[in-house]
Ligand binder design. Structure first.
Ligand code: HEC
Length: 172
């Protein structure tokens, strides 16, 4: 009887420790949510850094940036099937860095300081007024100001309306 009670106490303790551990793990594994972007309420999506690359890009002076556009699984599937417009749930993320000369090799250009993380989220009802896309530009994890977010759709619409407002083409 005594043994059983002790065993039960140990078991209960173990379960409690496990729950506490799971709780702590959950808290630490959960990235801090960015504040939502103005106008659109877009946040930085969890796990985006593990998404597939759609294409790299380079931006000339004065920005002098290297960029890479990533897509969530819905985006990659749409690209593979040549689905346009992109379906709801598509998320595109553009990571931008200052470009700099490699310290180890003269002709190599490598990413320097990260500058922005830019996001487009497809939700055709919520963002009906902007081609179905919600926009977010983040600097050090925080959204850029309202004025910057007023420019996003106009530029994308002016140049790539017929490609569902998306510039980037898949680089095999
Ligand atoms: C003056 C034009 C212009 C404005 C304004 C602009 N973009 Fe873009 N955007 C581009 C161009 C050009 C590309 C493709 C080349 C590149 O990746 O830099 C692009 C690419 C993107 C991409 C990758 C998907 C795609 O369309 O290729 C995202 C995401 C994005 N922009 C988000 C934004 C957000 C968010 C804003 C507003 C805060 C914004 N853009 C404002 C020109 C613009």
């Amino acid at each position: 009887m005594q043994i059983t009670r002790t065993a039960r106490a140990v078991l209960n303790g173990g379960v409690l420790a496990l729950l506490l551990c799971a709780g702590a793990h959950h808290a630490s594994a959960e990235p801090v949510k960015s504040a939502p972007s103005p106008i659109y309420g877009v946040t930085i999506p969890d796990g985006y850094r593990q998404w597939q690359m759609i294409a790299p890009a380079e931006e000339a002076a004065p920005l002098d940036e290297l960029r890479v556009v990533l897509g969530n699984p819905a985006a990659i599937k749409a690209i593979q099937n040549s689905t346009l417009p992109f379906p709801d749930g598509t998320i595109l993320v553009k990571l931008a860095y200052k470009r700099k000369q490699s310290a180890e090799f003269e002709t190599a250009t490598v990413p320097g300081q990260p500058t922005t993380v830019q996001i487009m989220v497809k939700d055709s009802r919520r963002y009906a007024a902007t081609g179905g896309w919600g926009f977010g530009r983040f600097i050090n994890g925080q959204p850029a100001d309202l004025a910057q977010h007023q420019t996003c759709f106009a530029c994308h619409a002016a140049h790539v309306k017929d490609r569902d407002y998306v510039f980037t083409r898949f680089a095999p």
